[in-house]
Design a protein around this ligand. Structure first.
Ligand code: FUC
Length: 783
């Protein structure tokens, strides 16, 4: 028997991170041969890919507000007049006709959404450095620092690069271990035709211009956004001169290049800012601070977030090898530390691509070199953007969720015209994509673009923010208004299924994301809407507002078509029992209720078993994000070994830059390969690994902050011993766990809100309660 001893209010420090620090580095023995080998840095708004070629060092950079297009309302005026005819055709089984009518009369104007853009390249050209020795290129996740070192003619050269959130710049520092060794030219280039490079002063260049227009498929987007990046050099020793051909440095000991890219974006409705003065102000605000000082400020800011969570799954000899080698070997070598690296890489990428004041992480975070990137590098919300943000609360990066909340607030404004014009409904609605202009209407094709639950799904993240923080001000001012307005849309939108004896309420026209075309009543929609209604009702109760609406939402939630078990023992993806058990489609939408939803649990054993059966039918493959989702599903199914199998299936070295729907893997730089690169799989993997170690759920219908915390719910056999610190649980807790021989040894649970919780491990459970700031040390050692 395990003893469940309780020692309350012991004070321990986190400590012990130093030993793991060296392990938190991606490193390589050669320069990046292509974009998917380069290493990402970012400050939430600015990003760069570091290639590390000594003779021509490329820093391909981005700003998260540089998009094609301009402020625009995509609603299709009067589309609602076709809503009933489309529903009627679907209810008569005339799907082709319904899709055709919807294509003509119901879609976004224009039919596509706009594209995220590359900004430019900083190129550092050093003649004579074509041949070098002792080359190493690395990304230190803990410092947020990319470095390249190499030796030419007995001199060791170092490039260091980071993107600073506090100072709003990208910094590249060049140094050598012999004085006067740095002679190079730094230039700025841009893929945008309407751009030019000018000299600002002796040490500063400006790259300025305007994004060009773009046409793809049947839609044209004007180029409107203006941009300017300033590049300033500070040389120690030697000479530096800015000319239109670039910054020419001769015989310097060390040089700091500071890059300040800016755009004319003020908000999704206003792009009238002056990027030149913005960039100039950013540079002058630095006040001539040294490289060391900028780095210190940056590292402190980055580590304040990054160091909150540590993970140790064990380290083997394989960990000494270069990262790409480890990935290539992963299937055949025991290398649990590479899983730790992938986990922390996801947290690193979140800090680098999503900070308050910036845009949310898009399909590629904020790293993109193409004018026409895959899927426009925008926000796909029938899985991808939500997956990006599963990790923020459990992995202790709550602040990084703020850009998503801001975007949802804006969608709740922009989506009103779509609710009105497409559905003649109150509230707001968003379909399966949005862009910088907060497009909310159905895009691309009626067979998958008409899916009205994207916004409702996003509101789950607002509710979680409350559950993890207990922040009632956030609930009142941000979450509830948006949730309420989303709920009002669905109150108006749902119809009673004329075919149902039980008078079920159903969604439609809609689709089960990208599988099976336009239908009435896909299971996923009902799970999402039920969750929205119940969360909104719970929020209203906490805030003591809207009692009538609260009751109405609870009544309607109870009338929504329920989850159903079908003829193959599967959870039905649709109202009709028509699933094909041989279908390996990448989306597993009907399992939303298992994850990220919470309505299919061990307490609903029939549905839980059916969800598992559906997942087995779907198989263990799919795109990068599909594999990542399956880690989370298997964690919720409490099968750690199967979750680890999915981690392994994701951690395969992939070379393909093409779009594949059955690919799935990682590139040499550990970026998720859909393929092509799509960042969701990185974030989803981090979330899945956290979910294997710790889960938390609302335990009582009366108080949403009264939670159950499950310790090591899905620990794989292969992770026999390990330690994690700093994970977060609903109800306001921070949790450290230590396990050995496959069994929990100790848990430290710090209470941030002073709420009670039920702590569960294996077949044991215990209620804990302490003051805010207190902590429990639970001892599970045998004895
Ligand atoms: C959805 C997925 C695709 C891809 C795209 C960005 O459409 O079905 O696999 O991830 O989003």
């Amino acid at each position: 028997m395990l003893r469940f001893a309780l020692a309350s209010l012991l004070v321990t420090t986190l400590g012990g991170h130093g030993a793991l620090a060296a392990a938190l580095t991606l490193w390589y023995e050669t320069p990046a041969a292509n974009w998917n080998e380069a290493l990402p840095i970012g400050n939430g708004s600015l990003g760069a890919m570091v290639f590390g070629d000594p003779a021509q060092a490329r820093y391909q950079f981005n700003h998260d507000t540089l998009w094609v297009g301009e402020p625009h309302d995509y609603a299709h005026q009067g589309a609602w007049e076709q809503l009933e005819p489309i529903r009627e055709l679907l209810l008569q089984g005339k799907r082709g006709e319904a899709e055709a009518l919807a294509m003509r009369e119901f879609m976004s104007v224009p039919l596509r959404q706009s594209a995220y853009q590359p900004f430019g390249d900083l190129l550092i050209t050093t003649p004579g450095h074509e041949n070098c020795s002792d080359y190493r290129r690395e990304l230190d996740l803990q410092q947020g620092l990319a470095s390249t070192t190499y030796v030419v003619a007995g001199v060791e050269y170092t490039h260091q690069a980071f993107a600073s959130y506090p100072d709003g710049v990208i910094v590249v520092h060049l140094s050598a271990d012999a004085p006067g060794s740095l002679t190079f030219r730094a230039t700025l280039t841009s893929p945008h035709e309407a751009s030019r490079v000018g000299v600002v002063d002796k040490q500063t260049l400006a790259l300025s211009g305007q994004v060009g227009s773009l046409t793809w498929s049947d839609s044209t987007f004007p180029g409107a956004m203006r941009f300017e990046a300033r590049l300033q050099a500070v040389a120690e020793g030697g000479e530096c001169l800015a000319t239109e051909a670039g910054l020419q440095v001769r015989g310097a000991d060390a040089v700091t290049l500071v890059l300040a890219p800016a755009t004319s974006f003020n908000s999704y409705r206003d792009i009238s800012a002056d990027p030149g003065s913005r960039a100039a102000e950013t540079l002058s605000a630095l006040g001539g601070r040294s490289f060391q000082d900028l780095l210190k400020t940056h590292a402190a800011d980055h580590r304040a977030l990054f160091d909150r969570v540590s993970l140790d799954l064990g380290t083997t000899n394989a960990a000494a090898l270069p990262t790409d080698q480890r990935l290539a070997d992963f299937a055949t070598h025991d290398d649990p530390q590479l899983v730790t690296l992938l986990f922390q890489f996801g947290r690193y990428l979140m800090i680098a691509s999503s900070r308050p004041g910036g845009q949310p992480a898009n399909l590629q975070g904020l790293w993109n070199e193409q004018r026409q990137p895959p899927w426009e590098s925008k926000y796909t919300i029938n899985i991808n953007t939500e997956m990006n943000y599963w990790l923020t609360e459990p992995c202790n990066l709550a602040e990084c969720g703020e850009p998503l909340f801001q975007a949802v607030r804006e969608l709740a404004e922009a989506g009103r015209s779509v609710a009105k014009e497409h559905y003649n409904a109150r509230g707001w609605v968003t379909h399966h994509n949005f862009d910088l202009w907060r497009g909310c209407a159905p895009i691309n094709h009626s067979n998958h673009g008409i899916w009205p639950t994207g916004g409702a799904w996003l509101t789950q993240h607002l509710w979680w923010r409350y559950l993890y923080s207990g922040d009632e001000t956030f609930l009142r001012d941000t979450a509830y208004p948006v949730m309420k307005s989303a709920s009002l849309f669905f109150v108006d939108y749902l119809i009673e299924d004329p075919r149902s004896e039980a008078h079920w309420l159903i969604s439609g026209p809609s689709n089960s994301p990208e599988n099976g075309g336009l239908v009435m009543g896909p299971t996923m929609d009902h799970q999402i809407i039920r969750t929205l209604f119940r969360n909104t009702a719970a929020a209203a109760k906490v805030l003591e507002v809207d009692p009538k609406l609260r009751q109405e939402l609870l009544d309607k939630a109870a009338r929504l078509a329920p989850n159903q078990v079908g003829q193959h023992g599967q959870l039905q993806e649709w109202l009709e029992d028509k699933d094909d058990p041989g279908n390996k489609h990448r989306h597993v939408s009907h399992l939303w209720g298992l994850h990220p939803g919470e309505e299919i649990t061990p307490e609903t054993p029939d549905l839980y078993a059916a969800a598992k059966q559906s997942l087995l039918y779907r198989g263990d493959g799919g795109t990068g994000w599909s594999r990542a989702w399956k880690i989370n599903f298997w964690a919720r199914l409490r099968d750690g070994d199967h979750a680890l199998l999915m981690i392994r299936n994701l951690m395969t070295l992939t070379g393909s830059p093409r779009t594949e729907y059955h690919g799935g893997g990682l590139y040499p730089n550990l970026f998720d390969a859909h393929p092509p690169f799509q960042i969701d799989g990185n974030f989803g993997a981090t979330s899945g690994i956290a979910e294997m170690l710790l889960q938390s759920h609302i335990a009582s219908g009366d108080d949403p902050l009264a939670c159950a915390i499950d310790l090591l719910p899905a620990l794989p056999t292969a992770w026999a011993s390990g330690r994690v610190t700093g994970l977060r649980a609903r109800g306001g807790f921070e949790v450290d766990l230590e396990w050995d021989e496959g069994r929990l040894v100790a848990a430290t649970i710090r209470s941030l809100l002073g709420r009670p919780a039920v702590v569960r491990y294996a077949d044991q459970e215990r209620v804990i309660k302490t003051e805010a700031g207190g902590q429990y040390v639970l001892n599970f050692r045998e004895g």
